[in-house]
Write a protein that binds this ligand. Sequence first.
Ligand code: DGL
Length: 275
Amino acid sequence: MQTANPIGVFDSGYGGLTVLKEIIHKLPQYDYVYLGDNARAPYGNRSFETVYRYTLECVKWFFDQGSHLVVLACNTASAKALRTIQQNDLPKIDKDKRVLGVIRPTTELIGNYSESKHIGILATSGTVSSSSYVLEIEKFYPGLRVYQQACPMWVPLVENNEYDNHGTDFFVKKYIQQLLGQDEAIDTILLACTHYPLLLEKIKEYSPADMKILAQGEIVAESLAHYLKRHPEVESKCSKDGKREFYTTDSTEDFDNHARIFFGEPVRSKHLNLS
Ligand code: DGL
């Protein structure tokens, strides 16, 4: 690793690249290191303990690379591991290091998008069963009606490059109908998994034309920019040479092929071996 103190961006696989892309667009001056734990993805159906253990292992790896700040660009890891890492692990590892997630920044703003005040959340089974979105939204927008739908087939479809076939149509239509069947007043759908923007065209196809469909990339990038302004003690520790590095725990060839689609430009990743 050439860069001294890159901002770490983590996901179970490729999804976090949709967030990194927006972060770099907003904050191009910083150095970034991305890690996709593709060998162990998807995280969405795994237990709390497993997601926590995998995520903590990856966070420690970022710290070894010199990162002071790590963004979990993964809702499942944010829902199941972030709080324990922030409260129990960081004080022991290094109290000056920071780990941020994607749920809080999203829930802070979500209520502004809906007119009917009925919103739908599409997420992995892990994120849905954690109820993180329901609980966090309740804090910021107590009157908002929140409906959740787990989409367990979507991450495997995306990780396997199956964006456009009959199977994808079937599962996109199925979960959208199940969500909208819960309440016809839903006017806003949040894609609460960083993989889902890759299915956006299909999701739009099976949603009413006037449905607002939100992805998290821009929201998280905006929130990170505010965070860095409010925390000069963290900002000053992030190096600013505009460097980017990419690591995957699985095949670099697969990663680079996918990353071109998720990230929008060519990527040359390196392999990382985790236990
Ligand atoms: N991108 C991850 C998220 O935002 C996908 C989780 C998974 O691996 O299932 O939840």
